[in-house]
Design a protein around this ligand. Structure first.
Ligand SMILES: Cc1cc2nc3c(=O)[nH]c(=O)nc-3n(C[C@H](O)[C@H](O)[C@H](O)COP(=O)(O)OP(=O)(O)OC[C@H]3O[C@@H](n4cnc5c(N)ncnc54)[C@H](O)[C@@H]3O)c2cc1C
Ligand code: FES
Length: 254
């Protein structure tokens, strides 16, 4: 974890008025694990938004000293980020325990929902060179919000899409679509990132496959000091920012 200033190199509007991709340069780029997030300051605090905003990393390039995020405009902080054309922002990089894939794993199913999809790209980015096969299942509300598909198509062994309205891919929940394929794929591991209702559906499938989920929570400090981000687990409350964000699905009380 490191305190740095990140330089905005590009800010691309992927969906009008809603979803953006930002590319940052950081000469002092720390080590990164897939699934980790950054805590990004809303300017230099002159906008009355004191708390930093947690956003997951989409892509990370250690050699180029760059990384990318994809975010949806929700409120004050993300609106501010969406308007940036350059400049520097204070940030804490990189936070959370991230996803790890044990040695010997051959097939991984990635299951993403909405803005939880982009961070899964960083998993393939890190582990693809180890010869692991990635079966990627991404669920969105509609075609309009289905971002980063070309990126995933380029690196996944198979990419499957589902939307709530059927405007692209199957008209179903992505967990149902995955369930239809799971016996055929036989993944050794499931990694997932998305909203809690999706995790509940995933847990309800009751699969005998190790499954790890990246939880989201409202955050204060992002570094384990304030306990704002507590989530209930079978061994008591845990901090999403420090003990997670990745937890074994069996441990979290969803
Ligand atoms: C570990 C982590 C990783 C995240 N990664 C991403 C990402 O890659 N892309 C992305 O678009 N968003 C991500 N989020 C959510 C993002 O942090 C919030 O959308 C953002 O902080 C909202 O700030 P704001 O000032 O725009 O809105 P605010 O004015 O603070 O809030 C507006 C609305 O946004 C929603 N919101 C606020 N905080 C969160 C939160 N922590 N989780 C979910 N919804 C929230 C609430 O509905 C709230 O009413 C992540 C959150 C966490 C905890
Ligand atoms: S946000 Fe402060 S402990 Fe997690």
């Amino acid at each position: 974890m490191k305190e740095v200033y990140v330089n905005v190199r590009e800010n691309i509007e992927l969906v009008k008025g809603s979803i953006h991709k930002m590319v940052f340069v950081c000469p002092d780029l720390p080590e990164f694990l897939p699934g980790q997030f950054i805590n990004l300051a809303v300017g230099n605090y002159e906008y009355g938004a004191l708390l930093r905003r947690p956003i997951s990393v989409f892509k990370h390039d250690a050699a180029a000293k760059t990384f990318e995020i994809v975010f949806e405009v929700k409120g004050k902080g993300t609106k501010f980020f969406s308007r940036l054309k350059g400049g520097f922002l204070p940030a804490t990089l990189f936070l959370g325990n991230g996803f790890t894939i044990p040695a010997g794993t051959k097939k991984v199913a990635l299951i993403g929902g909405g803005m939880g999809c982009p961070p899964l790209y960083s998993v393939i980015e890190k582990y693809k060179k180890e010869g692991i096969k990635f079966y990627t299942y991404l669920g969105f509300s509609s075609r309009e919000k289905a971002v980063c598909l070309e990126d995933f198509a380029a690196v996944s062994d198979k990419l499957t899409i589902a939307t709530d309205d059927g405007s692209i891919g199957e008209k179903d929940f992505i967990t149902n679509v995955f369930m239809k394929d799971v016996a055929k794929i036989k993944p050794d591991l499931i990694l997932s990132c998305g909203p809690v209702p999706m995790f509940r559906s995933l847990k309800a499938l009751n699969l005998d496959i190790p499954t790890y989920i990246s939880m989201e929570a409202r955050m204060g400090c992002g570094i384990g000091a304030c306990y704002v981000c507590a989530c209930a687990t079978i061994s008591g409350n845990r901090r999403v920012c420090r003990d997670g964000t990745v937890f074994d699905i069996k441990e979290v009380l969803l």
